[in-house]
Design a protein around this ligand. Structure first.
Ligand SMILES: Nc1ncnc2c1ncn2[C@@H]1O[C@H](COP(=O)(O)OP(=O)(O)O)[C@@H](O)[C@H]1O
Ligand SMILES: Cc1ncc(COP(=O)(O)O)c(N)n1
Ligand SMILES: [Mg+2]
Length: 556
């Protein structure tokens, strides 16, 4: 048992039990700062679990593998891949490697007894669902792991018999072959060798075709695992990356096209971790394997142009989904209430009456000075709505004008619009907020101060209040009148846009209310039921500017 020299052991008493794997430290006197005896730790876990009654459980994978300093493979890949698929990943480190994009420069195995101690720490406390193994540098470590799994059984064991890295470097000695064959494979739910590893496990046979891979899968299955996946990432002269899955009865050739990329370091670790994550989530084995392969393909694709390191083999970016989320949120502006100034709401009936596409109508309204656009498509088929929204989004983004979707949170999500506008009988703003997240704009139609208060409490960004005047656009719409409108503006904690029967004839009278929360007017027919949208928008804009107190945005 090795102990970090800087670790103060004076208050501990090492208690050696029957085997090195059960070595534990017990505290002799003081009360803090040291390792907890195994039994005490279990007690702690029970207390915590009881305290966490209503908490959220995550599918949990434990990876038992080597650290890769370049973070493309090994423990680092496993943690990222599991998280990308929604599983928590704890880690027991078996070796520390010095690696980069050129190759493996050094391997420093962790003492077996300390691997045992890490295993005990995690398995005794953390309700692991699935164990995934990567680099196991010695037979001793394999034996330690088998004993731990007997003591703490898990739902599934995924064994990636890492011996050779993608760069061709050795990561485990030939002596580990017997450990895999004689000890670990019998406990495994799936074993995932690459071509070189499958060959080594079978005494060095040559594997050059998918048919060779099938025979190898069958021979490895005879060594005890329930399923075998022979990976074909290194299959020579192939335009495909085909893996062979064998469950003891049927063979499945899992075909995928070979992506041409420098960044393939870590594909094997990633694949096995994804299988483990999917199993932890409850997927059946073949489905878990298929999903894992799809994830690796996506990660390879997203990482094609990544430039990390100067060597021939770069890493995957496992968390590519996260970066697209960041790109989205970085690109999106936070809500600016001044955007409500001239708010254009589309109407498909009016567009067809004037023979215009929704895209042309939106473009014209922006050209005339609309500061925000809402697509209100009550009749459109969902597919057409999404297509139109995508096209409008392109125009809006290029002009820095936010695009909102009326009512349809699903459409807003599908096209990554800037937000939604919901009515009192649509999805509650609180629910829309929880679906859309904190960045998107949410507006709510309100007629009363109480509704405005609720919209604010639900996390909306603005309210649309009206109908200020009678309108034909919306059937049976109650008119609140200028006085009712002013009362809501005075009560509202959110910025307000006026809506309902507003045109160039009355827009001035609305803005003259001059309550600080009033930020603009929303118009439908005053723009879209006119012959020239650009002209009408310009006219409205100048009326609004003349009748409103200085608009901060227009002063810069
Ligand atoms: N260039 C590639 N294009 C598409 N898939 C690949 C590519 N390289 C590897 N894969 C896939 O990545 C996974 C890992 O395979 P492989 O590279 O053979 O294992 P290892 O990384 O253990 O050497 C497999 O599903 C394989 O088909
Ligand atoms: C610590 C460690 N474990 C495993 C691999 C295998 O890498 P690959 O997934 O590319 O085969 C590696 N290079 N380093
Ligand atoms: Mg690989």
């Amino acid at each position: 048992m090795q102990i970090d020299p800087s670790f103060d052991t004076s208050s501990f008493m090492a208690v050696a039990a029957a085997s090195p794997s059960s070595l534990i430290y017990t505290r002799s006197s003081s009360t803090s700062g040291g390792r907890i005896p195994g039994s005490a730790r279990r007690t702690t876990a029970v207390v915590m679990a009881a305290g966490n009654g209503g908490g959220r459980r995550m599918p949990h994978v434990l990876t038992v593998a080597g650290s890769d300093s370049s973070a493309g493979a090994g423990i680092q890949a496993d943690i990222k891949a599991c998280r990308a698929l929604g599983a928590y990943c704890s880690s027991v480190i078996t070796a520390v490697t010095a690696q980069n994009t050129v190759g493996v420069q050094g391997v420093h195995p962790v003492p077996e007894a300390f691997v045992a101690e890490q295993l005990r720490s995690v398995l005794s406390d953390m309700a692991v669902d699935v164990v995934k193994t990567g680099m196991l540098p010695s037979v001793g470590v394999i034996k330690v792991l088998c004993r731990s799994l007997q003591e703490f059984p898990v739902k599934a064991l995924v064994v990636d018999p890492v011996m050779v890295s993608t760069s061709g470097d050795m990561l485990a000695g030939p002596s580990t072959l017997s450990g895999y064959r004689d000890e670990l494979f019998a406990m495994a739910d799936i074993v995932t060798p690459n071509l070189k590893e499958a060959s080594a496990l079978l005494g060095g046979i040559s594997l050059r075709t998918v048919s060779d891979m099938c025979s190898a899968a069958k021979s490895i299955h005879n060594l005890g695992p329930r399923n075998v996946l022979v990976k074909g990432g290194h299959l020579p002269d192939s335009s495909e990356a085909t893996d062979v899955f064998f469950d003891g009865e049927n063979y499945h050739a899992l075909r995928g096209s070979r992506l041409n990329s420098r960044n393939t370091h870590g594909t094997g670790c990633t694949l096995a971790s994804c299988i483990a994550a999917e199993l932890a989530k409850g997927s059946p084995m073949l489905q878990a394997v298929r999903r894992a392969k799809t994830f690796v393909e996506s990660a390879l694709d997203h990482s094609k142009d990544l430039l990390i390191g100067n060597g021939p083999q770069g890493p995957l970016d496992h968390l590519f989904d996260l970066s697209s989320t960041h790109a989205r949120t970085a690109g999106a502006r936070s809500f600016d209430a001044n955007d409500l100034f001239l708010y254009a709401v589309t109407d498909s009936g009016m567009n067809s009456k004037w023979g215009r596409s929704i895209l042309d109508a939106v473009e014209a309204s922006i050209e005339g000075g609309a500061t925000i656009v809402q697509l209100r498509e009550k009749e459109a088929a969902t597919r057409d709505f999404i297509e139109a929204a995508n096209a409008c989004l392109g125009i809006c983004r290029s002009h820095g004008v936010p695009l909102l979707i009326n009512d349809r949170v699903d459409v807003a999500l599908a096209c990554d619009a800037d937000g939604v506008h919901v009515g009192q009988s649509d999805m509650p703003a609180r629910v829309a907020r929880s679906i859309l997240g904190p960045q998107k704009i949410i507006g709510v139609s309100c007629k009363t101060a109480a509704q405005a208060e609720e919209a604010w409490a639900d996390g909306a960004d603005y309210i649309g209040c009206g109908g200020v005047f009678p309108t034909t656009t919306k059937a049976n719409n109650l008119t609140v009148g200028l006085d009712g409108f002013k009362a809501v503006c005075l009560a509202s904690k959110l910025p307000v846009v006026a809506i309902g029967g507003i045109s160039s004839a009355n827009a001035g009278s609305v803005m003259e209310i001059s309550v600080p929360s009033l930020k603009g007017v929303a118009v439908v027919s005053a723009l879209f039921d006119r012959e020239c949208i650009v002209t009408e928008a310009r006219r409205l804009k100048s009326i609004l500017m003349d009748s409103s107190s200085p608009h901060p945005k227009l002063m810069v």
